[in-house]
Design a protein around this ligand. Sequence first.
Ligand code: BGC
Length: 419
Amino acid sequence: MQVLAAVFLSALALSDVQAQAPAPGLTLDVLHWWTSASERRAADQLAQQLAQAGVLWKDAAIPGGGGMAAVKVLKSRVLMGDPPDVAQLIGNTLTDWADIGLVLPLGEVAQRQRWAQVLFPTVLERVSYKGEVVAAPLGLHRINTLLFNQRLLAQAGVAPPHSWAQFEAAVRAVQAQGGRALAWSDEPWQVATVFEALLLGEAGADLYRELVVQRRPAAWLDPRVEAALLRLRWLRSLAAEPPRERVWSDNARALWQGQAAFLIMGDWALGELLAWGAQEGRDFGCAALPGTTGMHLYSMDTLAMLRGPRDRASVQETVAEVVVGVGAQLAYNRIKGSVPVRRDIDPAALGPCSRDSWETFASARSQRLPSLAHRMAADETIKDAVAHTLWRYLTQAQTSTQETQRRLAAVIRAPSAER
Ligand code: BGC
C-alpha cells in the first residue's frame, strides 16, 4: 500500500500540472459494480435523486459480481492519476484507501445531517477511520439469507425450513417431486458467501468472531468448522447438474422460474427477484439460514468520495448528503434488496424479508457480524485466499476437510499482521 500511495500522490501532482484551469463541475464519475437488473435500477434511482440536487451521475460500472473486477479497475485508475470522483468502496478496501489519503473526509456533512444520531452505531463505526468519517453509507445487505420458491415448496407440501433437519426434509420432498433443490454456483466469491453463512450457523457468533474478526488460526481447526465445510460439500451435491460458475443473477432467475427450490445468497438476490416482477409471499419468500435466526451477517455498501486532480469537494459532499437522506435511503434500498442504514425509518415501509433484516440489525439482542466474503472483516488478499481455498476444497474431490481447515488456518492472518 505504501508504494501505491507514493505512485498515487505523484500521479496526482502530475495531473495537477496537466489539468487546464480545473473548474468544479456538477458531473461526477461514479465507479461501481452494479450491473444486474436490480443493481442497475438501484443505481439509476440514486442518479435520479442526485439529479434533483443538480448533480449528474456519469456511470462507470464495471461488471462482475462481488466487485472482483471493479476493485482492480479502481486500483489501475488511481495509479494512472485518474481516480473516479465517487467509488463503491466497501469495508477494508475503504480503510486501505483512506489510509493513503485518497478519500475525502465527510465530517461536515456527517455533522450537518447528525449521522451520529440517525445512523446505526455499527454503520457509523464502519465508515469512520482514525476519527474521520470517510464514506457515505448506502445500505446493509444480509448475507445469511435463504430464499425459496413458494410454489415448489407448496407442491412438495413443506413449510419454509428453520432448521437443517427441516431443510433436509424439504430437499427430499422437492426431489421426490422431480424438482431441483438448490441453485448453485462455483464462482469463488459465491462459494465464500455461502460458506460464511453456514459457518456462522455452525459456529455461533462467538466462534465466528474468533475465526473471522480476531482471525485466530488455531480456531480454524475446530470441529464446527469441519461441520460447516461438510455441509458446504453436501449443498453443492444438491445442484443436480455438473456444478459450474454461474452468474449470481442467473441463479436468482432459476429460483424465480421454478428450476430450483432454494437459493442461499446475500439479499441482493431479493432485489433481483423484485426487479423481474416476482412478488414476495406469493412467488418467493425468505428466511434466515438455519442456525442464524437473530443474527445479521452484514455487508454494507458505501460510496467514497475520491480526491483527484479537480476539486469537486462541494459536489461530492452533496452526493453524501443526498444518499444518506431518508428519501434516497428508502427508495434505493427497496430496489436493491438491502435495508436503510438509518435507525429513524419506519420498518413498516419495508417488505417482510427486509423488515426482518432491518429489525434484526436494529435489535439490541441480536448479533451483528461482518462478512469476510464482502470485505467487512479482512483485506482483499485474505478474502481471495479464503475463497480460493474453499473453491479448491469443492472442486478437487481428493482435498480432505482437515487439510482444508489447515489451509484456512494458514491463509488467515491476525489483523495486527496485516500492514
Ligand atoms: C455488494 C452488493 C452487490 C453484490 C453482488 C456485494 O459485494 O455489496 O451491492 O449487489 O456484491 O454483486
